[in-house]
Each structure stands twice: as structure tokens, then as C-alpha cells.
Ligand binder design. Structure first.
Ligand SMILES: *[C@@H]1O[C@H](CO)[C@@H](O)[C@H](O)[C@H]1NC(C)=O
Ligand SMILES: *[C@@H]1O[C@H](CO)[C@@H](O)[C@H](O)[C@H]1NC(C)=O
Ligand SMILES: *[C@@H]1O[C@H](CO)[C@@H](O)[C@H](O)[C@H]1NC(C)=O
Ligand SMILES: *[C@@H]1O[C@H](CO)[C@@H](O)[C@H](O)[C@H]1NC(C)=O
Ligand SMILES: *[C@@H]1O[C@H](CO)[C@@H](O)[C@H](O)[C@H]1NC(C)=O
Length: 949
């Protein structure tokens, strides 16, 4: 049976693309952004023609994204850190204006403008003078405006010099420039309907800063006046300034005194500073003060100050008198226990404030304290909301509001009238480890079957009968479901629902911020639960193991956490060990029924003694030694491999834990067999020498430490990604290096594939032929290695191999391509090192599936598992077998999360979507009817014929 399936699998064409109707059906993609920054996140209507708005953000990862507020899907995304020279994280800026189809973003010395609707680049600029300190879009339109796109004002700062520049909205060209060489700290830019203000911080005689406001003519950039505010006793660092407004009839600067007892407000451009005593009624320390003001020229000059203490929060609303620039308190939003967030929205001239607490959402107008609308939160979250942006819409008298709340630990939620519409799990952007989980049900059966396998014949029979009797209790339910199941399977394309074949496995992902998420691959990767496991921002997870119904996570501190796979409940926690661990190795026990872990210290020695069952442990230490350890002696290694001096071990890989071999030989076209060199203890070590520009690859036998095969590549740039993988009897690696052996200047990305055979001759088992058993220690024969190298168009940052249940299906080499943000699955037959070079294949070779070698390997469009998707920042690709031999699950994680199914030899054990059960049933019925009608007729005819004869 197995041989038949093998032949069948081999007959099918090796490369199969994903069909367009399978997109979104078999795969899912979490295109993530990271933590949205509070002052660069907003709702915006990209065009004046429609009222539809998008949610824009700039994240701490310097990714600019537009999110559809309806479903949370990413509309477009741009990567600022890719373009900026040396950006500082979290120091980006993003600005937009309603009805203006251009968004301007900046990070470091880089400024660019994109179309707000589709994210197409308008213009970009790299500054030579310094870094961008602030940027604003000018809402006022004046004679100099040449297109409908609003101009931007940027402040560029370098040591002691501040430059204010007006940039043309359509081209990014400088319209005018104002240079400030007074030595002040360039701080911010602001604008009112008539003026542009450059705000800088002037060092005072003693400590502190005076705030200097320079008013500029928006058309010419000429300085019109200057004001210095006496803030030096309060403002000690630029961070002490709470708020600088822009695009307002009365832009504000707000700060407090050092003890946070008095709030000071200045309407930019005037001399007055209004001091307002902070009413500290809550009686506890104020932790945070934020100012929320509208940023539209025609809106009312009202603003809100939000005070947060350890246990609660309140807010005060103030009005500014435009003529006298006096600030008066209008009303207060009462102190409430628990945390709340406030956001501003503007409709016409009216200003609305939305306050969302742990239990409810309310909307008030800035003009009076009456609550305009109130909703209870339908699904209160235990996570604290950190900031939010809101959009209020009015329809006649009724009012609706949607708010995008960012919660602690990374959930970004859209709450519409108290209802959670969607959640984006932005914490997943820092995924550090992932695994597939095993649910109980299947595993139970596997376990039962294993028991039966080990019993005596009679015992196994009894066990099976008992199991079936127990199963009978499900019979009534099964019978009840039967009619609906038959009906639905006949009418719908139930055929394509393969969830019961292990295709819908949960995935557990641990992230850097101490959170664990479970994704359901059967439901497009929807998050089924997420649990905060550790309070940290640098969770260093070394291993994650799944056992039936549970997953266990091993961070580097030596502790462990076990979670229930269905609920996410923490079932067991162990204490950290004394010594931090360098790595944690995952070993499978000798009968390979379960996995165990072994901690390894920084010196590469196991921290705890190995047991006999663990077998051999191969470790690499920080100083580049590769060593093998066994149970008898965990103080000193059994072998040690040190690369030649100058070389540094950068990577070690082994065969995957699940790597079944369907056939021990390769059948050639003339029916002779090349025997594969199969060794379950292979380890591939990559060592680079940066000075000599070489990369060496050593294939070791893990038991003896013997070098089975070694190659060295020259002209290698070790700063470029070097990826490697071992599976079955072959290995592959890629690097950037010399194309030819001689020292020519031709270099490129290369992919090398090597296959290991027992002997160069077919039908020959080499030295192993006569030995019925052999020991690694005594005399290990060396493999016969055949290799072929290919030029590839782009670098590969990570390699993996598809895994299927029995290894009958051809494998694919899964490669992560960081420069095009995609994942390709290269079919193994393409990478066959026996492909004939410089000649066409002979008839026997054609029969074997070999075709002529071409040095350049172009990635075929059909190989792209990620098809058109932009799967960015992938650290690792995992593959897992399913109950279907044809299908392998693939999960890529890192920055984005991407999951799909790979069928390298086509889905030969699955009925296609076009297969109609109904048609089959109808055909059988029709045939049956035909037979019943025709059978008596034929019989009569035969009888008549006999009589006549
Ligand atoms: C946008 O909304 C405003 C008020 O809510 C309405 O008057 C206007 O007609 C809307 N425009 C479009 C294009 O829907
Ligand atoms: C508020 O009052 C509490 C208790 O009276 C005091 O400890 C705290 O320092 C005050 N905070 C401010 C900002 O005034
Ligand atoms: C079969 O072909 C291989 C090369 O493809 C050759 O080395 C071998 O000698 C052939 N065997 C026989 C029995 O012809
Ligand atoms: C393996 O081979 C050795 C020597 O060749 C022999 O002594 C031993 O009995 C063999 N073991 C088995 C299980 O055949
Ligand atoms: C953005 O660019 C940086 C630097 O090139 C890269 O490390 C990161 O993975 C990119 N992220 C995305 C989502 O494209």
C-alpha cells in the first residue's frame, strides 16, 4: 500500500500553485504594525468626496499603517525604518488632515509623503542637516499653494541650529526656510490661521528652559515677532512640556510646575501664562496629565485636561477666550475609580470628548457638561486602556462613536457604541517562539492504539472491545446528527473541510511582552485566547513544548509555565533556577513518544545531569565549541568539535524531530537503486571567518562527533544572511559569495544542495553492506556526497522543510525571502544534485524525473506559498504534518504571522472541490433503478431464447 502511494505521489507534478479560490481559505495572515504611538494615531477622511475614514497610525516599530475601521484589516503599510538611515525607535511622527490625500511621516532624517488612500509614495527626502524634531501640516490655504495638497512645516534640528522649512505638499520642495542659530533646542512647530510658530527651548541661566516662540509669516517665512516665556523654574527637560497644539484658532502650550500643583497654559503667540491650581481632590499622587485639544482651525477653542492617579481619573474642560486669551474652567468630568481614556473629535466647529472607562463609554460636548450619549461596554477587558482615538458621527439627533483603544499588553480594539467590533493583537509583532498544540481528543486515540500495539494478542483484543463498548455511549448523538450531516455533506462542498484531518491545529505563540496567544488555524488564525504569563518586556523564551492538551513554555531563567490548550489557564508554574540558561535543548526520548528538555548554560554544558533515556546532547557554547554529552558523564563531553582558528560557529542545525523516511533508496531510471545515507544524528555546523571571508559547513555525526563532510565557500559576506537545513539524506545552505572558484569579481546569492549516499554505485551499500548492525563509535563509513549549486535572485534568511506524516510526499524547501517579504517552497526535484550538467537528460534520467541543470534558479511564481501577500519580518518557519499524507502545515512568525497548508505533491488524498457527492449518489440511484427495470426484461428474453432454441 505504501509503495503504491509512493509511486502515485511521485507521478504527480511536483510544483503546485495555490489556486486563487484557496486564498483566505487555506491561509491566514496577521499583518501587524506594533504599538500605535499616542500622538501619531488618528481617524482621517482621506478624500473630500466621501465620509468614510480610515484609522492611521505610526507604531513603535516605525511602521505606518492604514487600518479599515470596519473590520480591522490593514489597507496599506509602509516601513519607515527601512528608509531612514539610523532611526531611533519610537521617535517617528505622522501627520494628516481630513480631506487631504497626503500623509506625511518622518523618522530620523527621513521625511516622506504617501497617498492616504492607497499608501503610494508621493515624495521622500533625506536631510543632511540633522533629524526631524517636529512636523505639522498647514491647514490654511494661501496664494503659494500650487496643488490641492497641503504643505508641511518641518523643524530640523542638529547641534545648536534649528531650521524651520515649509515643504511643498505635492513635491516636497522647500518653499522657504528659517534658520535659528541662537543655540536653542529646536522643539516643535505650531500654526494658527494666520501664523506659523517655531517653538524652541532656551537654556536659562540656572537650570531649566525658557520657552521661546518665534512667529513666522506662513507665506514668506519672515520672522514677525518673538516671545520668551518664563518657564525655567518648571520646565527642566523637553518632556516637561505637556502639550503643544497646532492647527487651531488658539494653539496652546501647556506645562505644570514641578510638584504638579499648578497647570500653566499659554496661548501661543501671546505673553500671558494662565496658572490654574490643580484640584487634587482624589488625595493621591497624579501619575499622568494629558491635554486633549481639537486640531482644526475652525473648531471652538476648547480643550480638556485629563488627570490620572494610581486608582482613578478625572478631567477638566477649559474654554479659551479668543480676544483676551484668557482660559476659564468650564466643567469637570467627575473622578471615577479605575482607569479611563479620553479622546477628542470635531464635527464642524463642535468639539466632542469621548471618555471610556472600564465599564462604559460616554460622549460630552465641549460646550456643556450634559452627557450626550452613554453605552455600557459589552465585553469589559481586564487590560488597562492606555490611549484612544475617537470619531463621533451625528445622524439627526442621534450620535454614534467609534474609538480605537490601545490596551496594555498589545491589544488594539475598536469599540463602537460600547461594542467591541474587532481586536488587532499587535503584541504578536514580537513573537519569540511558537509551536503547534495537540488537542486531547486525537491524542487519546493515538495513546489507546499504542497500548493495543504493546499488549498481547488477547489483551489487545479485550482492550479494543472495551474501547468500542465505551464508544457506544456516543451512538445516540451520532445517530441524531446523521441526517443533517448527510444532507449538508451532499449539498455543500463539505469535501474541502478537512478540519477533522488534523488540518485545524491550534498554534501557541509566545511574545516578548510576556503574553501567550493561541491561534486557531481552522478559523483563519483567529486568536482563541491570550494570557499574560509574565510581567516583562523582554521575555526570552527558549523552548515551547506541546503535550496532549497542554503547552509548556521554558524561558531562559529556568522556570516553566504550563497552560491548558483549550482555555489558556495556567495549570502549573515552576520556579526559576539559580543560573540563567543559554539555550534549552529539546530531546525526544528513546521510544520517541515524548519530548523532554535539557537546560544548557552559557559555557555550553548541560545544567542538569542527563538521564540514560535522553541519549546524546549536542551543544554549542558562546565561544564556538560544539560538544556532545551523554548521561554517564555530564561534567566532561564525550567529544568536542572546534573549528579551525579564525572561524566562528554561527549556527548548528539538526534533522527535524519528525523526519520520516519513506524509502531507503532512490530508484534510478534503469531500475537500479542508490542507497541513501541515513543517519538520525546528523548535525550541520556553519562557521564563518569574517577576515578570510569564508563560510564553512561541517556535517557531524552527533554520536561520535566525526566530521562526515565539510566544504568551504570563499568570498562570503558574513553580514548577509546564511541559512541552512538538514533533512532525510540531504542538506541545503545559502549565502552571498564567489560564484566561481577562481578569484573573479562575480558574486551572488547561492543555494547549495548536497545529497548523501552510501556509495557512488547503484545497488551497492558500500561498507555497510555486510554489517547487519554498526556502531557510530567504531567505524562509521563516510557518505558519498553529490552537490549542486544554484544562483538565486535574492537572499534567504531562514530555511525549513515541509513535513508530512510518513514522508512519502515530496518535500519542499521552505525559504524565507526577507527582501521581497515572501516565503517560497522550492520542490525538491528541482534541487536534485543529480540533474545532468551541460547535456540533455538520457531517457533513463527523464524517467527518473531529472531535467537539465541550469545554474540560475529563478523562483517560479507557483512556488510562492505567500503568493501576493507581504509577509514581513519572519524569524522562523515551522512545518507540521497532518493526518493527510499530502498536506503539511506551515507557520511563519516573527513580525507578521502567516499560516498556510502546503501540498507539495498535490492533494492526492483529498477529493477536490469540484467533486459532487450529490451527482455520485444520483448516478448510483439511476444505475440501480436501471438495473431493477432491465433485469426482469433481460431474464425474460433469456428464458424466451432458451425455449426457442
Ligand atoms: C458627509 O457627512 C455630512 C454630515 O454628516 C453630510 O452632510 C454629507 O452629505 C456627507 N457627505 C457624503 C459624501 O456622504
Ligand atoms: C495630592 O494629594 C496627596 C494627598 O494629600 C498628596 O500626597 C499628593 O502629593 C498630592 N499630589 C499633587 C500632585 O498635588
Ligand atoms: C543505471 O544507471 C546508472 C546511472 O544513471 C549507472 O551508473 C548504472 O551503472 C546503471 N545500472 C545498470 C544496471 O545499468
Ligand atoms: C552487532 O555486531 C556485533 C559485531 O559485529 C555483534 O557482536 C553483535 O552481536 C551484533 N548485534 C546484533 C543485535 O546483531
Ligand atoms: C521594516 O524594516 C526593518 C529594517 O529594514 C526590518 O527589520 C523590519 O523587519 C521591517 N518590518 C516590516 C514589517 O516590513
Amino acid at each position: 500500500m505504501r509503495l503504491k502511494a509512493l509511486l502515485f505521489a511521485a507521478c504527480l507534478s511536483p510544483a503546485v500553485a495555490i489556486y486563487s479560490d484557496e486564498v483566505n481559505h487555506v491561509d491566514f495572515h496577521h499583518a501587524l504594525l506594533g504599538t500605535p504611538s499616542p500622538d501619531s494615531t488618528f481617524f482621517l477622511k482621506p478624500s473630500t468626496a466621501s465620509n468614510a475614514s480610515l484609522l492611521y497610525t505610526l507604531s513603535d516599530k516605525l511602521l505606518v499603517g492604514a487600518v479599515n475601521p470596519r473590520d480591522g484589516a490593514l489597507v496599506w503599510r509602509q516601513n519607515l525604518s527601512r528608509s531612514a538611515d539610523s532611526p531611533t525607535r519610537g521617535a517617528g511622527l505622522l501627520r494628516g488632515l481630513d480631506g487631504n490625500d497626503a500623509l506625511v511621516g518622518a523618522a530620523g532624517n527621513y521625511i516622506s509623503s504617501w497617498s492616504a488612500q492607497d499608501g503610494k509614495l508621493g515624495w521622500e527626502k533625506r536631510l543632511t542637516e540633522g533629524v526631524v524634531a517636529d512636523i505639522e501640516l498647514l491647514e490654511l490655504e494661501d496664494a503659494t499653494a500650487t496643488s490641492g495638497i497641503r504643505d508641511a512645516i518641518a523643524v530640523v534640528g542638529s547641534d545648536g541650529v534649528g531650521i524651520v522649512r515649509r515643504l511643498d505638499g505635492a513635491t516636497g520642495k522647500t518653499i522657504w526656510e528659517h534658520k535659528d542659530t541662537s543655540g536653542d533646542v529646536p522643539f516643535q512647530v505650531s500654526s494658527s490661521s494666520t501664523e506659523v510658530f517655531y517653538i524652541s527651548l532656551q537654556s536659562a541661566m540656572l537650570k531649566g528652559y525658557k520657552i521661546k516662540v518665534t512667529a513666522l509669516d506662513p507665506v514668506t517665512g519672515q520672522q514677525t515677532r518673538q516671545q520668551v516665556l518664563n518657564s525655567d523654574t518648571d520646565v527642566t527637560t523637553p518632556e516637561s512640556v505637556l502639550y503643544v497644539g497646532a492647527n487651531s484658532a488658539s494653539p496652546l502650550i501647556a506645562w505644570t510646575d514641578k510638584s504638579q500643583k499648578v497647570l500653566k497654559i499659554n496661548v501661543i503667540g501671546t505673553k500671558e501664562i494662565t496658572s490654574i491650581a490643580i484640584d487634587n481632590t482624589s488625595g493621591s499622587d497624579i501619575r499622568q496629565i494629558t491635554v486633549h485639544a481639537p486640531n482644526k482651525l475652525n473648531s471652538l477653542p476648547h480643550f480638556l485636561v485629563h488627570f490620572v492617579t494610581e486608582t482613578g481619573s478625572w478631567a477638566e474642560v477649559y474654554h479659551v477666550d479668543l480676544r483676551s486669551s484668557k482660559v476659564t474652567n468650564a466643567y469637570r468630568l467627575p473622578y471615577l475609580q479605575g482607569q479611563s481614556v479620553v479622546a477628542t473629535s470635531v464635527i464642524g466647529a463642535n468639539v466632542y470628548f469621548t471618555r471610556i472607562t472600564e465599564a462604559e463609554a460616554i460622549v460630552v460636548s465641549s460646550a456643556s457638561h450634559g452627557v450626550l450619549a452613554r453605552w455600557d461596554l459589552q465585553t469589559p477587558s481586564s487590560e488597562v486602556a492606555l490611549h484612544s482615538v475617537s470619531e463621533v458621527v451625528t445622524k439627526g439627533k442621534s450620535l454614534a462613536v467609534r474609538s480605537a483603544l490601545f490596551r496594555e499588553h498589545g491589544d488594539w480594539q475598536l469599540v463602537r457604541n460600547g461594542q467591541v467590533e474587532w481586536t488587532r493583537y499587535e503584541g504578536l509583532v514580537d513573537a519569540v517562539a511558537a509551536t503547534w498544540a495537540e488537542t486531547d481528543i486525537q491524542e487519546d486515540l493515538v495513546h489507546e492504539l499504542e497500548v493495543e500495539g504493546h499488549e498481547t494478542l488477547y489483551g489487545a483484543y479485550l482492550h479494543r472491545v472495551k474501547r468500542h463498548v465505551r464508544d457506544l455511549q456516543h451512538l445516540p448523538d451520532w445517530l441524531k446528527d446523521l441526517p443533517t450531516r448527510i444532507l449538508s455533506s451532499a449539498l455543500t462542498d463539505e469535501v474541502s473541510n478537512l478540519d477533522s484531518f488534523g488540518v485545524a491545529k491550534p498554534v501557541v505563540i509566545a511574545t516578548k511582552n510576556g503574553r501567550v496567544h493561541a491561534l486557531d488555524t481552522g478559523k483563519h488564525g483567529a486568536v482563541s485566547w491570550s494570557v499574560q504569563v509574565a510581567e516583562t518586556t523582554q521575555w526570552d523564551v527558549k523552548a515551547i513544548l506541546s503535550s496532549p492538551g497542554a503547552v509548556t513554555i521554558y524561558p531562559s531563567d529556568g522556570s516553566s509555565v504550563t497552560l491548558d490548550i483549550l482555555t489558556g489557564e495556567i495549570v502549573l508554574r515552576t520556579e526559576p533556577s539559580d543560573t540563567p540558561l543559554h539555550t534549552i535543548a529539546v530531546l525526544s526520548t528513546q521510544d520517541s513518544t515524548s519530548l523532554v528538555t535539557a537546560g544548557v548554560g552559557a559555557d555550553g554544558a548541560p545544567v542538569t545531569a542527563l538521564t540514560k533515556e535522553d541519549g546524546i546532547l549536542v551543544t554549542t557554547s558562546a565561544d564556538g565549541r560544539v560538544r556532545g554529552w551523554i548521561a554517564e558523564d555530564s561534567k566532561s563531553p564525550v567529544w568536542e568539535f572546534v573549528p579551525p582558528s579564525g572561524q566562528k560557529v554561527v549556527k548548528a542545525t539538526a534533522r527535524p524531530a519528525h523526519d520520516p523516511v519513506a524509502s531507503i533508496g532512490k530508484v534510478l531510471g534503469n531500475r537500479s537503486v542508490l542507497y541513501k545515507y541515513l543517519n538520525s544524528n546528523l548535525a550541520l555546523i556553519t562557521a564563518v571567518d569574517a577576515k578570510a571571508k569564508t563560510a564553512s559547513f561541517y556535517l557531524l555525526d552527533g554520536v561520535s562527533g566525526m566530521v562526515l563532510h565539510a566544504t568551504t565557500q570563499t568570498g562570503v559576506d558574513s553580514t548577509q544572511p546564511i541559512a541552512s537545513v538538514v533533512s532525510e539524506n540531504w542538506l541545503a545552505y545559502s549565502f552571498w559569495g564567489d560564484v566561481t572558484a577562481d578569484e573573479s569579481s562575480a558574486k551572488g546569492y547561492q543555494l547549495v544542495v548536497s545529497e548523501l549516499y552510501e556509495s557512488p554505485l547503484p545497488n551497492d551499500r558500500g561498507a555497510l553492506d555486510s554489517a547487519s548492525n554498526y556502531s557510530s563509535i567504531e567505524s562509521l563509513p563516510l557518505p558519498h556526497v553529490i552537490s549542486q549549486a544554484f544562483m538565486i535572485p535574492e537572499p534567504i534568511s531562514h530555511m525549513a522543510v515541509t513535513q508530512t506524516r510518513q514522508g512519502i510526499t515530496t518535500r519542499q524547501l521552505l525559504c524565507t525571502l526577507p527582501s521581497s517579504n515572501s516565503i517560497v517552497g522550492i520542490p525538491r526535484p528541482v534541487l536534485d544534485p543529480r540533474r545532468p550538467v551541460d547535456r540533455d537528460p538520457t531517457a533513463a534520467e527523464v524517467e527518473e524525473g531529472l531535467f537539465r541543470y541550469a545554474p540560475f534558479l529563478e523562483f517560479d511564481g507557483k512556488w510562492y506559498l505567500s503568493h501576493a501577500r507581504d509577509v514581513a519580518g519572519i524569524r522562523e518557519v515551522l512545518s507540521s504534518p497532518t493526518l493527510l499524507e499530502s498536506t503539511s502545515l506551515v507557520l511563519a512568525y516573527g513580525s507578521d504571522i502567516y499560516g498556510t497548508r502546503a501540498t507539495p505533491s498535490q492533494a492526492f488524498d483529498v477529493l477536490g472541490k469540484s467533486f459532487s457527492k450529490l451527482q455520485l449518489v444520483l448516478t448510483v440511484v439511476a444505475l440501480g433503478a436501471g438495473v431493477t427495470v432491465l433485469a426482469p426484461m433481460t431474464r425474460r428474453k433469456q428464458v424466451n431464447a432458451l425455449w426457442k432454441a
